[in-house]
Ligand binder design. Structure first.
Ligand SMILES: O=P(O)(O)OC[C@H]1O[C@H](OP(=O)(O)OP(=O)(O)O)[C@H](O)[C@@H]1O
Ligand SMILES: Nc1ncnc2[nH]cnc12
Length: 182
């Protein structure tokens, strides 16, 4: 299920570039202008649903914070569970955690140890708004696999290709970006 040229343009036009945020030299991809555009948000969610409806997924794991917006909506459309992968210190039950570096700093994410149920190898899609260095998604895929579940693919709305994050992540799992930006 590929995006038509018109759909791709609707999505690309809906994402705003903010120069020097949150630090000088970073061109920040602002997806709030995609979310408040019902046509673009609709095109995106329909595309994701069409792609993943045949994957036999059991959970969507969304990365804090913007991965929650797309992940929770997609899980509901697919009729499966949603699992939040959160920044350190936010989850109340027992967690496992992973540190990582990103384009503008270092951070740590965690997941509940029992988030994907008891069954070994539960099929999980990891989703986030954007991949830059790939540090965050790499840590998320590691966490999913450490719980005993299986990260089937990492999905991003925007893939920044100039940082090689996609290439590195592909050594670990399948990767899909709806839009690629140089
Ligand atoms: O590929 P990477 O270099 O790891 O960068 C990508 C991550 O950076 C952004 O989140 P951020 O850490 O800024 O957190 P936020 O969603 O809380 O703003 C983005 O939403 C991804 O999660
Ligand atoms: N350039 C960027 N825009 C938005 N989110 C990001 N996360 C890491 N790099 C980013």
């Amino acid at each position: 299920m590929t995006l038509s040229k018109t759909e791709k343009k609707i999505l690309e036009d809906s994402i705003r570039d903010i120069q020097d945020f949150p630090k000088p030299g970073i061109v920040f991809k602002d997806i709030t202008t995609l979310l408040n555009n019902k046509e673009a948000y609709g095109v995106l969610m329909n595309h994701l649903y069409q792609r993943y409806k045949e994957y036999n997924l059991e959970y969507i794991a969304g990365i804090d914070a913007r991965g929650f917006i797309f992940g929770a909506a997609l899980a509901q459309m697919l009729g499966i569970g949603f699992v939040p992968i959160r920044k350190k210190g936010k989850l109340p039950y027992t967690t496992i955690s992973e540190k990582y570096a990103l384009e503008y700093g270092v951070d740590e994410i965690e997941v509940h140890i029992d988030a994907f149920g008891k069954q070994i190898g539960a099929r999980v899609l990891v989703i986030d708004d954007l991949i830059a260095t790939g540090g965050t998604a790499n840590a998320a895929a590691t966490l999913v696999n450490q719980t005993g579940a299986a990260c089937i693919e990492c999905c991003f709305i925007i893939g920044l290709t100039f940082l090689d994050g996609i290439k590195k992540l592909q050594e670990k799992t399948d990767v899909y970006s709806v839009i690629e930006v140089n």
